[in-house]
Design a protein around this ligand. Structure first.
Ligand SMILES: Cc1cc2nc3c(=O)[nH]c(=O)nc-3n(C[C@H](O)[C@H](O)[C@H](O)COP(=O)(O)O)c2cc1C
Length: 233
């Protein structure tokens, strides 16, 4: 399916204009493993400072785990609900963890640390670039994406540790060790509902009294239209 008209803009601009928007409703259609793999390949190929491993990625497709993560995508102090960030009810969640200073032995970073160059900044840049490219690759494959930064990072880490790592016999799981890092960003990936605006929050037939008795007011999530200032000299 090609939902773009052939015109004068580049394909990348067309994909970016899909990625710009946060998809808040989803079809049940699963994402093929081929698409997941290509998204992850792009995400792990983008540059990082000195090519260090500033982040790791966890792809979650298991419905139970996705639901439980979705519940924890709320602001600090808010009760768990799926309704605050329904972009997180996508069929695939890609979690980005900032790793904790695990430089390669021959890494040069330690020699280059300056006042404005610290690990977390570099990890943030790395995750941002990786996630952006991943979303573009998703759009190039006809998928929609929704980013989320509003979540209870500590609770998600604990959930993953207790419910996945502790029950897994894969010793290489990054989340096997809680000290390995923190969840910094999550992207939902899937196919948005047909003929429904991307920002229409999908409730199904359920109503969540925990979140907010007026939660149906969230029906359409309106966001700010940005105008990034650009100069050329
Ligand atoms: C890094 C990043 C984090 C985001 N975190 C959230 C979030 O936690 N909650 C949310 O509702 N939207 C989040 N968004 C989605 C943006 O708010 C959305 O893409 C943008 O405002 C465009 O809005 P639109 O979908 O209405 O066009 C995030 C986007 C990015 C790029």
């Amino acid at each position: 399916m090609n939902r773009f008209k052939e015109n004068s803009t580049t394909k990348l601009l067309q994909y970016a204009s899909v990625v710009e928007h946060c998809q808040r409703n989803w079809q049940d259609t699963p994402v093929s493993q081929k698409h997941i793999d290509s998204i992850v390949k792009v995400a792990t190929t983008m540059p990082t400072k000195q090519n260090n491993e500033y982040y790791s990625i966890l792809v979650v497709t298991d419905p139970k785990h996705r639901h439980n993560i979705n519940l924890l995508c709320v602001n600090d102090g808010d009760a768990p609900t799926i309704y605050a960030n329904t972009q997180m009810s996508a069929p695939v969640l890609i979690l980005f963890f900032e790793t904790k200073g695990r430089f390669r032995p021959d890494g040069h970073d330690r020699l280059e640390i300056t006042e404005v160059d610290n690990y977390s900044y570099n990890a943030g840049f790395a995750i941002g670039m990786s996630a952006g490219a991943a979303a573009i690759e998703a759009a190039a494959n006809g998928l929609h994406t929704g980013f989320c930064k509003c979540f209870l990072s500590k609770e998600i880490k604990e959930y993953l540790h207790e419910n996945i790592a502790m029950k897994s016999d894969n010793p290489k799981l990054h989340i096997a060790n809680k000290d390995n890092g923190t969840v910094e960003l999550i992207i939902g990936v899937g196919y948005g509902l047909k003929d429904i605006p991307h920002n229409k929050v999908y409730y199904g037939n359920t109503y969540d009294p925990v979140w907010n008795p007026n939660s149906r007011k969230w029906d359409l999530r309106q966001t700010y239209r940005k105008k990034i200032h650009v100069d050329q000299i």
